[in-house]
Write a protein that binds this ligand. Sequence first.
Ligand code: CA2
Length: 151
Amino acid sequence: MTSILILNGPNLNLLGQREPAQYGHATLADVEAMCREAGQRLGVAVQCLQSNHEGVLIDAIHEAGRGVREGRVLGVVFNPGAYTHTSVALHDAIKGAEVPVIETHISNVHAREAFRHHSYISPAAAGIVVGFGVDGYVLAMEGLVRKYRQG
Ligand code: CA2
């Protein structure tokens, strides 16, 4: 069974604890449980990782790229948090690893501050899901399966 990596970046470990108006009440554990449940329905295994460290996220993308080449991994649902707006290194990692990444944001970043309107990740992403709350993670998983699963 191929797997999808649910990758969350900085501060997303705080989900459900603060700023509910922006990000809702679900915790990261709730989101990961929702993704595992969706994985069962979609017939894919689900791996979850959250890190506040750019290098850890880069390593996870490289490892997912190896998984894609070996047929073990379908792709990555990635919420890069604030690194979305700053990280050339994550852009390069996604390009270099040649892994399908669905960039996912809980909030509609385009309806927020101007500094959130630019993404270094989008030009390297296979698709983008924005503004559907935490349901966006499941929508991104469905998108990956529809676009990349063979057979
Ligand atoms: O809307 C999204 O998913 C974001 O990726 C969330 C990032 C933000 O920097 C992006 O512009 C948009 C922030 C993640 C921090 O999440 C928190 C959750 C609860 C309390 C504090 C931060």
